[in-house]
Write a protein that binds this ligand. Structure first.
Ligand code: IMP
Ligand code: MG
Length: 178
């Protein structure tokens, strides 16, 4: 089994590159089927989702467009607010939006972002997340409709996900074992 070290901790490979490739193909097929005849707008949540989004988008056979948003959360204030530090410039009114995330953990950031999307008058909005920690979810409206893989409540890095901005370029997903 492959291992990587970050900050003195040893992470073990959990999802291999070939498994990732199967996951991406399966999720893309679901979206291609569900959105047949429509032109969805993908919104990739930076930074973490850019690797998954790049792979997924190339397997979408619909006339879909893609844009990017960067969210910053303010902790400390009762899971308070998120702000779009890189905002969406596209007109998203009446669009069928698919938000691409790297991982949904507590769901707080997606809960706030989905609220923003509804306020801006999208026709529909769904979440497509590469990884999902169901045991950590605290916001029901952040539950992703499209999930690459459900994982336990562990810290992971790789394939876009970082530990203090390191590890995003790993070609597999690595987990910090208990
Ligand atoms: P949430 O608002 O708690 O769902 O957090 C979502 C964000 O936290 C994700 O978009 C990631 O950027 C980050 N995150 C959550 N879990 C992990 C992890 O295990 N590794 C790396 N980043 C994570
Ligand atoms: Mg993220």
């Amino acid at each position: 089994m492959r291992e990587v070290q970050f900050q003195g901790m040893t992470f073990e490979e959990m999802i291999t590159p070939s498994q990732i490739s199967e996951i991406v193909s399966r999720v893309a097929e679901q979206i291609n089927n569900d959105y047949a005849g429509r032109q969805p707008l993908f919104i990739c949540v930076l930074n973490g989702a850019f690797v998954f989004a790049a792979d997924l988008y190339r397997k979408i056979t619909l006339p879909a467009d893609i844009t990017f948003v960067r969210l910053k959360s303010y902790t400390g204030m009762s899971h308070g607010e998120i702000r779009q530090v890189l905002p969406i410039y596209e007109d998203i009114r009446d669009r069928d939006v698919i938000v691409i995330e790297d991982i949904v953990d507590t769901g707080h950031s997606m809960h706030h972002f989905m609220k923003m999307l509804r306020e801006q008058g999208v026709r529909s909005a769904e979440i497509c997340s590469f990884l999902f920690k169901p045991e950590a979810l605290e916001e029901e409206d952040a539950r992703p409709k499209y999930v690459g893989k459900e994982i336990p409540k562990r810290f992971i890095v790789g394939y876009g996900l970082d530990l203090d901005e390191q590890g995003r370029n790993l070609d597999a997903v690595y987990v910090l074992p208990n």
